[in-house]
Design a protein. Structure first.
Length: 98
């Protein structure tokens, strides 16, 4: 029973990844694309979690944590780039001159 529910959840999440990929490719604006990329990261995290439950293994928890951190940092970097035009500030409090 649990395996069937996990398989159905995996299929639904996989279909929603396809929808998010469509939004990344055809998004009307850059913020929509950034949100879709973040959504793909979260969906990938949930796919790995479901596979971990299906295999009855706890060894995927490090991968789940890594995907979450990378997705968060990517979203922050993209949103900072959209807002300011640069992701890394070089001249801050007497920093490196370009």
């Amino acid at each position: 029973m649990l395996d069937a529910a996990l398989t159905i959840a995996l299929a639904i999440i996989s279909l929603s990844v396809l929808g998010a990929i469509y939004r990344v490719l055809r998004g009307p604006s850059m913020p929509d694309r950034v949100i879709a990329l973040d959504m793909i990261g979260i969906q990938l995290l949930s796919i790995v979690a479901i596979v971990s439950i299906m295999l009855r293994s706890e060894s995927y928890s490090d991968i789940i944590l890594l995907i979450g951190i990378v997705a968060f940092l990517g979203t922050v970097a993209f949103s900072k780039y959209i807002e300011r035009g640069e992701a890394i500030e070089y001249e801050r409090d007497g920093g490196i001159d370009r």
